[in-house]
Design a protein around this ligand. Sequence first.
Ligand SMILES: *[C@@H]1O[C@H](CO)[C@@H](O)[C@H](O)[C@H]1NC(C)=O
Length: 452
Amino acid sequence: MKLLVIFALCLGAALSSKIGQQQPPGLQKHLVCYYDSASFIKEGLGKVVIDELEPALQFCDYLVYGYAGIERDSHKAVSLNQQLDLDLGKGLYRTVTRLKRKYPKLRVLLSVGGDKDIETGDDAKDLPNKYLELLENPVGRTRFVNTVYSLVKTYGFDGLDVAWQFPKNKPKKVHSGLGSFWKGFKKVFTGDSIVDERSEEHKEQFTALLRDVKNAFRPDNLLLSTTVLPNVNSSLFYDVPAVINYLDFVNLAAFDFYTPERNPELADYSAPIYELSERNPEFNVDYQVRYWLRNSCPASKINVGVTTYGRPWKLTEDSGNTGVPPISKVVDEAPVGGNTQLHGLYSWPEVCALLPNQNNAYSKGANAPLTKVADPAKRFGSYAYRAADKKGENGIWVSYEDPDTAADKAGYVRTNNLGGVALFDLSYDDFRGLCTNDKYPILRAVKYRLVN
Ligand SMILES: *[C@@H]1O[C@H](CO)[C@@H](O)[C@H](O)[C@H]1NC(C)=O
């Protein structure tokens, strides 16, 4: 009997992958493109205005505009930058939803949450609390639902993406040398590996919230999706079998498992597809996807998150010179990218400029090209590095996504008959075509692999 079932499943899988290759309209893979409006207000080469999104939009099925936030005490869903988003006539909310006139198949969603918010600096530290407080308060939930509905409706969005700011997994610290005993000691007693003592409760309340949003949206046929943010533990906060009924799809931000911010002392693959030996078995795309599948999420509703950026660490003279991850004795001090001006993140054009190319073939020191290590097995992704010099300077190790590895993830989506790819974010792809003259090379590679 069991064998028969397995046989039937294999047959089913074989048939459906065959169908997948021909891509009839019903099985078409989705491409969800994020655009974080923080890129609009940047200065210099990192600035991305709406016109510059246009070469991308022929490839995107959904444009997700981020991010709206919530007000702490009123629990209202609000624009984070009223002047930018809402200003009469030229506000970005209307500008992005008006893109549908030119790209009639494009659906534009507003995203709320997404590791961005009104509070900055110290106030931003306990952001997840604000999101949990809202869940705990039935009046707050209603207010959120009403205000978010009104934002979506007023500005002509096709729906909402909920990128709820749940508390994240605590990164494991690597302790070495003096003091490690005391830190370990403290950890045992403060129990700081517990992410949220009331996660069961919050999980239920979140289900209720999505249910209420869906009910408010139903008469207008508005879409509802959720984005599981990086390092948010689905098993703590998502009642998958329940929430999936209210969602058109889920975007799994299955990346940033290792980042210089979270893991300043250990560099490793940021977003491998499959499990690496001797690492946390959950820190890969496949685990995250299987978790949702195992909990009765239809494969067609899962979009795999793929980044258009890399995560850089600085190698020290003690990091060795093989480049093979995981690498200890690193520091969170890689030079800031010239375009993005962000600490701990290199956009694809910034990574591309560091890889061997015509401009840096004979450069030395801080401008010498990195050594690129590709992944022919298509399992873990690429990295590139430059060992530190004798003075301990100029060392870099970067785990990154490029057009090839992003296409590998699209291939994974195809093989497993998942819904599609969610690309984070258009602003970090090479939207100017600096690298190979092609604009949006990562987006194109993903699209090409999804449909061919
Ligand atoms: C996620 O939560 C489950 C408990 O629900 C726990 O067993 C697992 O270790 C957690 N994962 C991570 C990466 O912390």
